[in-house]
Design a binder for this molecule. Structure first.
Ligand SMILES: Cc1cc2nc3c(=O)[nH]c(=O)nc-3n(C[C@H](O)[C@H](O)[C@H](O)COP(=O)(O)O)c2cc1C
Length: 316
């Protein structure tokens, strides 16, 4: 997730467990072959076997609207070590859509086909090529056609975020569509949208009949959600992650970020506050802590408050 889940977060979250693989933030392709440094910045795991430190495979995601240059960049990504490529046809950003990338392409199934097919042809067969779509731009009229275009282009699987571009991130995900599309395809479908808790996972599974799921915001709202879901799938259960362990993750994330030369103090503060905003949906303690730090502008003070929360919440 752009601006939320970078390689530090992938490391922390996959270490908890439950993920079969994870996907990078998108690499924006706009008209040229990008230098290796861009790929390594978004996906440092390329230099480590395309895996997080805990061994979870990392898929590199590309976003763009021109088949030829998408194919060239996919080829380069694979030369640099990418083990799998995903194509983003879901990004709703006005900027992205104005550059003919992301969800705007859902208006043109033939372009979904040609981009996916070009990328598929450009990389060796053993490299998985997948695509992520929404149900459409304004309406769901082309949902099936777009999904079939991905399949016809020989993608290894498809991920469907069960909302349209116009739905944004707010309207409830339309899980019933996932089952309909899944029934019509022969490639696997990964269900996505509004799986933010174990209960939502169970309801999504019941309604969609899908077997594979992608977490979006749920991964940061409840850091052990994938592990919880994985336990349920194995008919076991595992205690929920305690606030003490969650705050320790936030402290660890802040520690990684502050030593990055490109991460200015303000940006690190922003990322800490951003995570607490997500966490407060699951942990009341995060709400209280966010209230304490929201106006604080010095990283050292926020650090001290995080550490205080860590020590006082030891038994919670
Ligand atoms: C801030 C933000 C950034 C995102 N960045 C990406 C991205 O780079 N690539 C992608 O495929 N999806 C991205 N997404 C979409 C999520 O992966 C997911 O499809 C969407 O949030 C729906 O799932 P959810 O309701 O579980 O969050 C982003 C979502 C958010 C909120």
């Amino acid at each position: 997730m752009e601006g939320v889940i970078d390689h530090h977060m992938r490391h922390l979250l996959t270490r908890i467990g439950g993920y079969d693989h994870c996907v990078t933030e998108f690499v924006r392709i706009s008209g040229q072959l990008l230098p290796p440094v861009v790929f390594y910045r978004i996906c440092p795991e390329l230099a480590h076997g395309s895996q997080t430190k805990s061994g979870t495979p990392v898929t590199l995601q590309l976003l763009g609207g021109a088949p030829g240059v998408m194919a060239e960049n996919a080829q380069r990504a694979v030369e640099l070590g990418a083990a799998a490529i995903d194509i983003n046809f879901g990004c709703p950003s006005r900027f992205t859509n104005s550059k003919a990338g992301g969800a705007i392409l859902l208006k043109e199934p033939e372009r979904i086909y040609s981009i996916t097919a070009a990328v598929r042809c450009a990389v060796p067969d053993e490299i998985a090529v997948s695509a992520k779509i929404r149900l459409g731009y304004e309406t769901t009229d082309l949902a099936m056609e777009n999904a079939k275009a991905v399949e016809a282009a020989n993608a290894s699987f498809i991920t469907v975020h069960a909302r349209t571009r116009v739905d944004g991130y707010h309207y409830p995900a339309r899980w019933e569509w996932l089952g309909k599309i899944n029934d019509a395809l022969s490639i696997p479908l990964v269900a996505n949208g509004d799986i933010h808790s174990v209960d939502e996972f169970l309801r999504c599974r019941d309604i969609s009949n899908c077997e594979d799921f992608m977490l979006g915001r749920g991964a940061v709202i409840q850091p052990d959600l994938a592990r919880q879901i994985s336990a349920i799938q194995l008919h076991t259960s595992i205690p929920l992650m305690k606030w003490h362990d969650v705050i320790a993750l936030v402290i660890e994330m802040a520690g990684y970020m502050r030593v990055q030369p490109e991460m200015k103090e303000k940006k690190v503060l922003g990322r800490i506050k951003q995570w607490l905003v997500y966490l407060r949906r699951q942990y009341p303690e995060a709400e209280a802590l966010f209230g304490e730090i929201r106006q604080v502008k010095q990283l050292s003070k926020v650090d001290a408050l995080l550490r205080l929360a860590d020590s006082s919440g030891y038994n919670s």
